[in-house]
Design a protein around this ligand. Structure first.
Ligand code: AP5
Length: 215
């Protein structure tokens, strides 16, 4: 079992990059944000608990997160390759991931840090709109749909994520600085971290990531 960790602030492009890389290289994309949003939509116990934290831009407690991710990875086999988007986000999550991989004889092969300035992240997220049906991302200024509010690909309705309002984004950036940035030095010390400039065009980021993963 092989794991690639995508680290980076909210809006740094973790989800966009993972979606483009996954099909090309045969990785399974695990986005903890998407899993939680699905749980919220389904009204499950986990979803009801998680919703309270996500609305405020805070982290969902570690015990819930670890259970969700470990359960998802157990569905794979020893040859599975995972792209982890949004996990780990705290030192506790990182420690438990390492322990769980040791038990399964798996390893973290790369830690890719998508880095962009916070002002750019704020612009990307306040303008992001998402299709309710197929999940494609748009942006009100840089990636506008042909018809306002309607998805070009499937005609679905475009919506704004509830945590993509300016005050919640500020909190998400602050939480990232307080709780997740320490993982950058953790993996740097282990000699595993590769910094990638994510303020450039998506295609360029994807090419860099593919080159790294293809070794
Ligand atoms: P999550 O969904 O993981 O949110 P996030 O980390 O804030 O990241 P985003 O999904 O907003 O951004 P991204 O980096 O994936 O960027 P994207 O590619 O979408 O988590 C949401 C919440 O769930 C958290 O706040 C927390 O409450 C909870 N949670 C999740 N995991 C957790 C965990 N492990 N522990 C505890 N709680 C957890 O791109 C953003 C926008 O920019 C898009 O519109 C895109 O089109 C655009 N864009 C991307 N790249 C480029 C580019 N290169 N150029 C131009 N535009 C670009």
């Amino acid at each position: 079992m092989e794991v690639v960790i995508l680290l980076g602030g909210p809006g740094s492009g973790k989800g966009t990059t993972a979606e483009r890389v996954r099909g090309r290289l045969g990785y399974i994309h695990i986005s903890t944000g998407d899993m939680l949003r699905e749980a919220v939509r389904n009204g499950s116990d986990v979803g009801l608990k998680a919703d309270l934290y996500m609305k405020r831009g805070e982290l969902v407690p570690d015990d819930i997160m670890i259970e969700i991710v470990v359960e998802r990875m157990r569905r794979g086999n020893k040859d599975s390759k995972y792209l982890l988007d949004g996990f780990p986000r705290t030192s506790e999550q990182a420690t438990l991931l390492e322990k769980s991989l040791a038990d399964e004889k798996g390893e973290i092969s790369q830690v890719l840090f998508l880095d962009a300035p916070s002002e750019l992240l704020m612009k990307r997220l306040t303008g992001r709109r998402i299709c309710r049906e197929c999940g494609i991302n748009y942006h009100v200024e840089t990636m506008r749909p042909k018809k306002e509010g309607v998805c070009d690909a499937c005609g679905g309705e475009l919506y704004q994520r509830p945590d993509d309002h300016e005050s919640t984004i500020k909190n998400r950036l602050d939480v990232y600085g307080r709780q997740t940035e320490s993982l950058i030095s953790r993996y740097k010390k282990k000699g595993m971290l590769k910094r990638i400039d994510s303020s450039v065009a998506v295609d360029n980021i994807v090419n860099v990531v593919v080159d790294i993963l293809e070794g």
